[in-house]
Design a protein around this ligand. Structure first.
Ligand SMILES: [Zn+2]
Length: 416
């Protein structure tokens, strides 16, 4: 393939994936029934139901603006040979050396992040604020951003350096040793997520004594569950939305409840949520998703290995000679559709685990309380009630609330 043709293929892939994303989002908003579905009866009023759709449309418009802006930046960078020019500049500035590709890729990351920044600011202080969700102060927003950059340097920097080193040492066969490194890093990150990473952003406190803690202890005793790690997280410092999650591996396992969830819901409802999280633990969902992730990354690294040393790809991006750092960007863009497809599989697996966890909660706690919590995601958090199949496949790690309620109530009807 000639460099020109490869460049056209790259541009085509970029345009197609941006278009697909926007089409899925538009279909998702239009897919909502005009009235609240019967599964939400009595818990979701007409005003909240309509507001949820307006909220989704506002976010969709912002997503469209962000998507087309990023597309324009990429097309300009690719068509003008700006990427190769940028690399040459860094190379000349540093006079060569191992730091050149790192600084260049870091620069591309910062550039794209700066382009996205106005949209992120508008999402938080415009849309979330208007719909009454935002609790993030400008100071906290800046602090989060700075920690994000520091993590990118501390975690991403050494990994990237190691990637270039393995490519240098192993050539096209680099993907296998590097996949092993990534697997190890992912295991460590998953294990220590709530004990090391999360405290950089939030405070976790053990669930205080009281009716809720007693009810959770009673649930744990009744179901033979060892539940010593239930924590409350100060989610309210960023948003009024409620959530909960299960994380960690081995001894680091924790159930984390947002303070907003604990404040808004009855004891029965929170126990149902805890039961859902225990369902994830029982199903070993964290390790299974981790294994799927490692498999997907290994496959992606193998694909990258096919083109990482290609002079044609470097030429397509405007370089006169082979540049591995440029090829990494080219390959990431070119194989975008493959990552989308891997994402579709990953999302489907995650949604299956959500149904399993819901079924576990319905079996061991209260199906009615679980459904009430799901309804409140529509009424209070303005989650869209149903989901279009294309949007579901591309974007959703959790099934839409109505689908989850339907699954719980039908399963409940057939089990005595
Ligand atoms: Zn879940």
């Amino acid at each position: 393939m000639s460099p020109e043709l490869l460049l056209f293929a790259l541009l085509g892939v970029l345009v197609a994936s941006t278009a697909l994303e926007q089409v899925a989002r538009a279909l998702q908003v239009r897919h909502q029934p005009p009235e609240p579905p019967p599964e939400l009866a009595g818990a979701v009023d007409a005003v909240a139901y309509a507001t949820a759709q307006r909220y989704a449309r506002d976010r969709g418009r912002l997503g469209l603006a962000r998507g087309t802006t990023l597309l324009a930046v990429w097309v300009t960078l690719l068509a003008s040979g700006g990427l190769a020019g940028g690399y040459a500049l860094v190379d000349a500035w540093l006079g060569g050396g191992w730091l050149v590709p790192l600084l260049f890729l870091g620069g591309v990351y910062v550039l794209l992040d700066l382009v996205s920044l106005p949209f992120a600011i508008h999402a938080t202080f415009g849309i979330e604020e208007r719909y009454g969700f935002n609790r993030t102060t400008p100071g906290l927003f800046v602090r989060d951003k700075l920690i994000g950059y520091a993590l990118a340097v501390v975690l991403g920097g050494p990994l990237l350096a190691l990637l270039f080193w393995t490519i240098d040492a192993w050539g096209g066969a680099f993907w296998l040793p590097f996949a092993a490194v990534i697997a190890l890093v992912l295991v460590l990150l998953t294990t220590f997520q709530t004990s090391v990473l999360l405290p950089l952003f939030n405070r976790l406190t053990p669930l205080p004594e009281g009716a809720l803690r007693d009810a959770i202890a009673a649930y744990a005793r009744a179901n033979g569950v060892a539940l010593d790690g239930v924590y409350v997280m100060d989610g309210s410092k960023r948003s009024s939305r409620a959530n909960a999650f299960f994380s960690g591996l081995g001894r680091q396992k924790k159930v984390v409840l947002f303070d907003t969830l604990v404040e808004r819901h009855t004891v029965d409802e929170v126990v149902a949520v805890v039961a859902h999280e225990v369902g994830h633990e029982r199903g070993r969902h964290i390790s299974k998703l981790l294994a799927a992730n490692v498999a997907a990354i290994t496959f992606t690294l193998f694909l990258i290995s096919l083109l990482v040393e290609s002079s044609t790809l470097s030429a397509a991006l405007g370089a006169g000679e082979r540049v591995v750092a440029l090829n990494l960007i080219g390959v990431a863009l070119l194989f975008g559709p493959v990552s989308t497809l891997l994402g579709v599989f990953g999302n489907a697996l995650s949604r299956r685990f959500e149904y399993e966890a819901d079924a576990f909660a319905a079996r061991t706690a209260s199906p009615a309380a679980m459904c009430t919590t799901l309804r409140s995601f529509v009424q209070h958090d303005l989650t869209l009630a149903t989901a279009h199949p294309l949007y579901t496949a591309l974007e959703l790690t959790h099934p839409a609330p109505v689908e989850r309620i339907r699954a719980i109530t039908t399963a409940d009807a057939i089990t005595p």
